[in-house]
Write a protein that binds this ligand. Sequence first.
Ligand code: DGJ
Length: 688
Amino acid sequence: MRSVTFDASSRRWLLRTPGTSYVVALADDDAPRCLHWGPALTAEQAASLPGPAASGASSFDSTAGEEELVSEVGARFETPSLQVVLPGGDRGIEWRHDGHDIDGGHLTLRFSDRRHPLLVELHYRVHEDSDVIERWTVLRPRVPVTVLRCDSAAWSVPALEGYRLSHVTGGWSSEHALGRTELAVGETTLTSRRGVTSHHANPWLMIDGGDAGERHGEVWSCALAWSGSWRVTLTRTPSGRASWTGGFGHEGLTWRLEPGEEWVTPVFAGVYAPDGYGEASRRWHDHIARHVLPRPDEPRPVVYNAWEAVGFDVNEANQRDLARLAARAGAELFVMDDAWFGGRTGDSAGLGDWWVNEERFPDGLSPLIDEVHRLGMRFGLWVEPEMVNPDSDLYRANPDWVLHMPGRSRTLLRNQLVLNFARPDVADWAHKWLHKLVSEHAVDFLKWDFNRAFTEAGRPGDPDQDRLWIDHVRAVYSIMDRLRADHPHLRIEACAGGGGRTDLGILARTDQVWASDNTDAHDRIAIQRGFSQVYPARAMAAWVTDSPNPLTGRAVPLRFRFHVAMAGALGLGGDLARWSEAELSEAAELVAVYKDIRPVVQFGRLWRLPYGVQYVHGDRVVVLAWHGPVAFGTPIAPLRLAGLDPDGRYRDEDTGAVHHGAVLMSRGLPPLTPNGAYASTLLRLRAC
Ligand code: DGJ
């Protein structure tokens, strides 16, 4: 079965994924319109879909509807996806279809403006092993063009009785807070103006008819592969339709394109799932594993990170001590966090001076690295390449390297400024020291941090300075790609003051992301639930830290902390020097258990349960369940499992008890009995 076909008589293209179809057609004015996004259709069924119809009922109405990219020309009053100013002041695109190309699963629809030499390409890509459809836009001007907006794609869903929007909001240490709200009639904008993906919103959404649940109901979802500022605007019309347009950059930016340039947007991908939010998530996870992550099949190591243990008080002795304890607990990768370099003894100095602090490491890093290797662990380092403290040699020598505007103050956040990576000399400097650091110190892992938003994002003298919002991110991607290519053993963790840089763009060149600086297992349950809506467990770094938690002061049992962190890529982050012998032994046992279940958690398929998660991989099933304090008498339902073979039997690998799949899914496991404030359990089942 071919994945992309064209029907010339009806001017429509049918894209097929294993379980879904997408149909795009040309209206009479050549504007590309979506006719279908949903269950699989045959070519015959697709041909029978009603054609694109003008929707305007009065002289005040839009004649557009379900457009693949909303232009400003004609009676179109929706949020534009494509806003351009052409020579003479003409705006928008008057679509003229020039042809198409089909290359396997990649469809390119080629258009040009009817009066100006501006070419616009709409790209679609489908895969044989994924239900995700990737879409992006390319502009090829032959005249100078000012771009006010160029989205990757606009998406629309069938007319539904209601529309419910799922998305996440949050802040530092409270990322990925999942909200499900009725989509308001009017426009709803999700955006970041911070130069980074952001903690406050994440560039994905799900839409359902208000009737979907974890395991039932149709869900349409989109996610943007971009790690800088972005905007997605959803529109629910008073006449009952819903659509959205999304892409990089936030409103108010303009970019000037010169003739001969190629302007390529990031991918804004979409997936349809007939069976609820859970299935939408699994489709995203499968896609990210198969087509986004650079090394999806590699088990993520158990990391020990010393940040919460020592903060900025790093020295060779305390790192050695922690490394020894981390190895004893079963860690496989030791990461030295902030403050190993320059004059960095707090957050107000030294950022940008990327040489080893000789007072803290008199013989350089080699003795520590050798010790970490001797203990059987790999070695990782924290870096924050895009930032500088004004109190640094780098800034004193290059004050013009930062984002700034001549008539504006330089706003300090966390006592630091943002280096302008859109400048090739600055990006080149960063690549050089990173390459040297990784080469000279045999660094296996970088935790790449980003701890403040953009402000005064200018470059004096640059007539097209808004481009830096895009070019900065492209430079970060390019440096990461080059480092990975030159150092095939190098693994990278994305971090932005916790989970501020989590998106499909960064996942294409990193191995995992730090989901949040909040390591309180109680809070983490909700953060991880939000994270899991789109992003897979293998990419979610999750540490067990101290109790009481240094951020929230909450005390929870070690087992509970482990059971929550085991739902992702488990790591340790506490001050192990203060853990008792009994705690260290219990931690070592639990790390060993995690290593046993790691393939199931990291490579399995996820089912979210009312108070836990379940992973299924081959013949193995892992259930992690937990809940916080509950009042006496609070009903706690049995945990009904999912995704099992109803005719199969499953042996509990710890007790030997055998359960029927049908019973586990219909009656469920006995409810967790609160034993003190925080109850948790881990169940390992194997088909028998
Ligand atoms: C923010 C990160 O999220 C933390 O884990 C830690 O690396 C600090 N930065 C270090 O400054």
